[in-house]
Design a protein around this ligand. Sequence first.
Ligand code: GLA
Length: 737
Amino acid sequence: MNSNRTIETMRRVARPLLLTLAIASVAMAQIQFDQARKVWLITSPHSSYAMGVGPSGELQHLYWGGPITRMEDVPAAQEKKDISSFDPHQMLENEEFPGWGGPRYYEPALKITRADGDRDLVLHYMRHRLQGNDLEITLKDIRDDIEATLHYRLYPEVGIISRWAVVRNGTKQKITVERAQSATWYMPPGDGYRLSYLSGRWAAETQLNREPIHEGMKVLESRLGHTGHNLNPWFAIDPGNAGEEHGRVWFGGLAWSGNWRISVEQTPYRQVRVTGGFNTFDFAYPLNPGESLETPEFYGGYSDHGFGGASRLLHTLELTDIQPGGLKARPRPVLYNSWEATTFNVTEAGQEALADKAAKLGVELFVIDDGWFGKRDNDRAGLGDWVVNPQKFPHGLQSLIKHVNGLGMDFGLWVEPEMVNPDSDLYRAHPDWVMNFPGRPRSELRNQLVLNLARDDVRDYIFNALDKLATEYNIRYFKWDMNRTFAEPGWPEVAPDEEKTLWVKYVRNLYDIMSRLRAKHPNLEFESCSGGGGRIDLGIMRYVDEFWTSDNTEAFDRLRIQEGFTEVYAPKLMSAWVTDVPNTNGRSTPLQFRFLVAMQGALGIGANLNKWTDQDNQIATRMIALDKRIRSTVQYGNLYRILSPRTNDTTANEYVSKDGSEALLFAFRHSQEYENPPPVIYLQGLDNHAVYRLESIDGKLLDKQSELSGAWLMQNGIHLDLKGDFDSTLVLLHRIH
Ligand code: GLA
């Protein structure tokens, strides 16, 4: 592989550096317990978090914010007084994990029904276990042996805490869990807070919203079966005055790829609380005696460096602790995928010709999208039949893969394993494998039905089909797609009161397949796609190497989609393609603009290379070579969103390598009005005393000095000659001393 050397260099630079940073902060981070006052304090250089046991035994939240070093400052948990018979003290005591019982009317973390109909649940502290950065606190119902063990795991280098709960039925009767949340988070008391969240729809995902929090509740959720295009499981809350690089921001992300829910609630007592976990809608999970249910992880963190600071903490956590392989995983290679060029018309000769062209441009991973299997000539047939179509590929995939590998590229394949077309051999053999309510319609979307992956036989079928492909062929990469939402989520083969467990078991089996495939094929990588960005979350991130950000690859729309994406998710995980114009929305932007937009993430090419001119090929070859030069800074560096596409006629994003030796400024002018000059761009994250050599890729840098100090670049800014519509540039800054 021609990129081996670059990859090695990146590893050498990025890894030790991140590790050194991590080790330095580990030394300053810890979880302490004060036995006398029953208070826990979780501290890192970025933030602290405290809770304690109140006089009657409930676990109360005590502090979340900037770092606190003196344990004695944190007061013991107090019992509050009732304000009136309508305002019981329970509503004022910020319980870390409240059961639904007694006079509690806010969002509970746990709600159950016992077999005898009793639904009261009051959780009190029982015991705890503290081991390094892991704390477990077990709460128990005041009468019954129904326990919730709360897990807190501190990631010291970023101060982010992962919280989840395990609910256990230790009684002799069955209970049904009707609500199981991972955690409740509390802001410091007060009002005037503001909520940031991501919303959207297919081809318009991850749009950033900011709005005031008022009394009452706002629910972010998915009832769709997958994470969803509409809302993403993330929140950020600030006191109303934070910016990209200043101000206090509390944030959290839920690691779940099925029905999820995050409620943001302001009580009448000027208290903002956030509760998240499994969606409570259509939820019922029976637990027989001795059984337990584990909730997804809910990560929470704090930054006093604004939204940018919050994003960088999350990005670091994702790269070091969540994504498979952590920092040992290779940088994302430059990819080619012919979907937008050829759609279902894939043939061996056609793909080989595209592979030849892609390799010449410098592509490193060649992916065949939909259309290679079964009777898949359009979206009406074939899903479920994961066998190579013999008309399109008379020699199987073997000779094409050999060809691709011979060109120095890895080979990747599109699959949509959870789905079936009624017109498929799989459906004809197993019509009972789809989720359904007997005798009711089976709603098709894109002519397909959803397999009930909660069933173990369906899970095994999918595992075996993909394992066979990965064993038979030299496949480096699966693009794992999922192109519709659930409907009629019935599971007639299990007892009626077990049916709703489908929502949870489906996702667990999905994770199980991916993790087993990865264990068996250690080089295999996955892209998580769901009709674009329908399955982007911290849960599936444990198993995948990148996300398909959106089916919308139009470069200007992408600026906003990518802005929202990077609020939560690291640029390394953000697939971004250069495609042909005019795009589906009718807009045309220059090729350099499209490249620079895509080079802010994991670069891919999705254009029809057969139609590219010599000039297009020249630009592409140059930009791909440039991408390889800079991608370690893009993929592992610190991102500063300097100018937002939502509020300016120019978007600017800066990436600074973790060791500070390189910075990249991407700038895009969308549409100039009048003779307005382009905005001055004040760089961020540089060293005041360092001197940087400036390198412009296209002469659009107006500042004439080729060397400038960090102080000047951040205080006086730099000036770019960006004019008209869809102009773009990239400036590289190399630290020289
Ligand atoms: C979805 C994906 C696309 C493409 C098609 C193939 O829409 O998001 O990238 O793979 O399916 O059918």
